[in-house]
Design a protein around this ligand. Structure first.
Ligand SMILES: C[S@@+](CC[C@H](N)C(=O)[O-])C[C@H]1O[C@@H](n2cnc3c(N)ncnc32)[C@H](O)[C@@H]1O
Length: 288
């Protein structure tokens, strides 16, 4: 049964409480001008639950027996999952032609490579990385143990990633050659090849959860693009410090083109590569 959505008004006081709860759980910072986003995205949820105001919803979210499920449901609705295959091609070229060859050489004796795509949304980013590695290694891929992990706080986004099925919109920046090599068109959808799908695993992970990050061990490359913009400085610092712990000493961190970490940490130094937006550990870590 479909519900006709009417916006349920959220008072400033309700917004402040809800924004604090969201921040405490996820680090996502909603400033007051973004109140309308919470109001419009959550009104539908309140109606589904037959809850008539945000005070009741906050109680349901924080005290009811379904707290954990409801947090998940809420994050599915309030996160911005904008992404695409081959997003920021110039940066991906830096990865493919400079960073990847270096790290493959450095790992030539173990033939193990671990890449984490943190906050990967619906999977286009880690799958793009898999395609680039597949293209680079070709037949030599069989000699390597490549681990690519895509994580996100939104289960709904990860369900799309696990399906490997995308619309043409997700492929809007995909070069024609890659499209025909790795996708099969079926009606209005594009199915990603099994070869690429099998190179990537997905898992729900909240960037606020440092212990869970530890459990995944050390990575050779970390991509964390276009999510730091949703965090305040304190959360950004925590996430960057966690990356410092979870990145190999010769590893590389890639962030989004509009994101800056320079003023937040001494742990990383930006590489002087135009369009790279990539960082190496400085070795000046406060956690060392
Ligand atoms: C704009 S998308 C970026 C996707 C991809 N990295 C890219 O650049 O195309 C931001 C993603 O961050 C996720 N996110 C937000 N807060 C998070 C958190 N605390 N932990 C993990 N993922 C989070 C959202 O669910 C969303 O899918």
């Amino acid at each position: 049964m479909s519900i006709t959505v009417t916006k349920i008004p959220m008072s400033s006081e309700q917004f402040t409480r809800l924004a604090q709860i969201i921040y405490d759980r996820s680090g996502i910072h909603f400033p007051e001008p973004k109140k309308y986003i919470l109001e419009s995205r959550l009104s539908h949820r309140l109606q589904e639950l037959e809850i008539t105001d945000f005070d009741q919803y906050i109680a349901y979210l924080t005290m009811g027996p379904y707290q954990m499920d409801e947090f998940q449901e809420m994050f599915n609705r309030i996160t911005i999952n904008e992404t695409s295959f081959f997003r920021n091609e110039a940066q991906l070229n830096v990865f493919e032609h400079q960073i990847l060859p270096e790290i493959l050489e450095a790992r030539a004796s173990t033939k193990r490579l671990r890449i984490w795509s943190a906050a990967c949304s619906t999977g286009e980013e880690p799958f793009t990385i898999a395609m680039l590695i597949h293209r680079t290694l070709g037949i030599r891929l069989n000699d390597w143990h490549i681990e690519i992990l895509g994580t996100d706080i939104s289960e709904k986004a990860l369900n799309v990633a696990n399906s490997g099925t995308y619309t043409s919109y997700a492929l809007r920046s995909t070069p024609q050659l890659m499209k025909s090599k790795y996708f099969t068109e079926s009606g209005r959808e594009f199915q990603l090849s099994e070869t690429i799908r099998s190179m990537v695993n997905f898992e729900r992970h909240n960037l606020k959860d440092r212990l869970a990050a530890k459990r995944h061990g050390v990575w050779d490359v970390i991509f964390c693009r276009n999510v730091l913009i949703y965090f305040d400085d304190e959360m950004k610092k925590g996430v960057v410090s966690m990356f410092n712990n979870q990145l190999a000493d010769d590893g590389t961190l890639f962030i989004g083109h509009s994101e800056r970490i320079k003023d937040l940490t001494d742990d990383f130094e930006q590489l002087p590569i135009p369009q790279g937006f990539c960082y190496k550990k400085s070795g000046k870590s406060s956690n060392a």
